[in-house]
Design a protein around this ligand. Structure first.
Ligand code: KG4
Ligand code: ZN
Length: 362
């Protein structure tokens, strides 16, 4: 089974071709166009801008993904629409696409494009929940990341720019929502503090880089609701706390030299976010007796988060194994949509799919 998978829920436009090889999910191509430069200028995503760029990118990205999937084996340089059309017609069994959650304009670009392709080429559609796909990025087999045995039940931690959720997966397609953020998402907290600090959007990677430079600091921000006996999170207070500290101490990047104090604020912000994520995720694993934890979403690219999860897991009685996707599959990408589709195959006709920006967990 070979599928074409499309992701366009937020600011990325991505297409991938994947196939199932035994239990392994193999990515034959994964092409992503980003409009980050535009969002960096506006300090965040303006939905209209994101969707306009996606209208421009969607077909070139699909053509490139289809042609590259074949070129891997045949070394052909042909990247024309004609070649892509032949591959789609002959080799692709179904088309997977994110139908929610996300920005409505962005989702519509992917969904409507796929509807048209599915109708014209008579292919079934596999509608995908973007959030669940972040967790399934862990199933992608790569050269340095051979397929591991992922045992059910497992705990899934989704940490992205828009969401923070803990789920219990009992088997493919059968999961239970344990808790999530009551306000801002973990990635959003990184981005909002970064914005106050004058760091470029998205601020997560830059905050991590700066935090890594800090050896010692006395700055400490609270990890909200860390002691509550639930699986919920709350990050909006952190932004306020960091903002007050920044105002009081006069820390800014201002385009000038990196100040040690600015890096320390980054360290304290990252630590406050990570501490609560680690504590509640391990608590969930313990409560539901899970020996495996899968992390996914843009913030799972944060190495300190993964290291801290592993370190604290080792110290716990259960000692669960921690998995996170290869870095390129942490942030939004088409391959993760395909991975979820191949392991949870459920097709609909072209006329039965509808973008749903509010989609959550069924
Ligand atoms: O999953 P994603 O690409 O998009 C959404 O579905 O939201 O996540 C983007 C988020 C941004 O908030 C970004 O700041 C954060 O992931 N992020 C990171 C890192 N890399 C990306 N946060 C912390 N550390 C990182 N290394
Ligand atoms: Zn995402």
């Amino acid at each position: 089974m070979k599928i074409l998978a499309i992701e366009s829920s937020c600011d990325e436009t991505s297409a991938a071709v994947l196939e199932k090889n035994g239990d392994g999910i193999v990515v034959l191509s994964n092409i992503t166009a980003t409009s980050l430069e535009i969002h960096a200028k506006t300090g965040g995503i303006i939905p209209e801008n994101a969707a306009r760029m996606q209208v421009r990118y969607i077909l070139p990205v699909i053509i490139e993904a289809l042609c590259t999937s074949e070129n891997r084996r045949q070394k052909s340089k042909d990247k024309s629409w004609d070649r892509a059309r032949t591959i789609l017609k002959q080799d692709i069994d179904a088309i997977a696409v994110t139908y929610g959650p996300g920005l409505i304009g962005s989702l519509l670009v992917g969904v409507e494009t796929v509807k048209t392709l599915a109708y014209v080429f008579e292919k079934p559609i596999i509608p995908i929940n973007h959030l669940l796909a972040h967790i399934y990025a862990n199933y992608i087999q790569t050269i340095n990341y051979k397929l591991q045995t992922i045992n059910f039940p497992f705990v899934g931690l989704i940490v992205s720019g828009g969401h923070t959720d803990l789920l219990l997966f009992n088997k493919h397609g059968k999961y239970e929502w344990l808790g999530g953020t009551r306000d801002d998402a973990a990635g959003e907290a990184f981005d909002k503090v970064g914005r106050i600090l004058g760091l470029p959007y998205p601020a997560g990677p830059e905050i991590e880089r700066r935090a890594n430079l800090v050896v010692q600091t006395n700055i400490k921000f609270k990890s909200p609701i860390i002691s509550e006996d639930n699986f919920d999170f709350s990050f909006s207070g952190l932004k306020t706390e960091a903002s007050r500290y920044i105002e009081k101490s006069g820390v800014t990047s201002g385009g000038g030299p990196q100040t040690p104090l600015l890096n320390e604020v980054c360290y304290a912000t990252q630590k406050a976010i990570i501490d609560v994520l680690v504590k509640k995720t391990l608590k969930a694993a313990e409560k539901y007796n899970c020996s495996t934890i899968l992390v996914g979403g843009g913030v799972s690219a944060n190495q300190t988060l993964i290291d801290q999860l592993k370190l604290n897991a080792k110290r716990s009685n259960l000692n669960p194994e921690i998995f996170s996707p290869e870095k390129i599959y942490c942030t939004d990408n088409g391959a993760m949509i395909g991975a979820y589709a191949l392991l949870n195959y459920s097709e609909v006709n072209w006329s039965e799919i509808k973008a749903n920006p509010e989609l959550y967990f069924a």
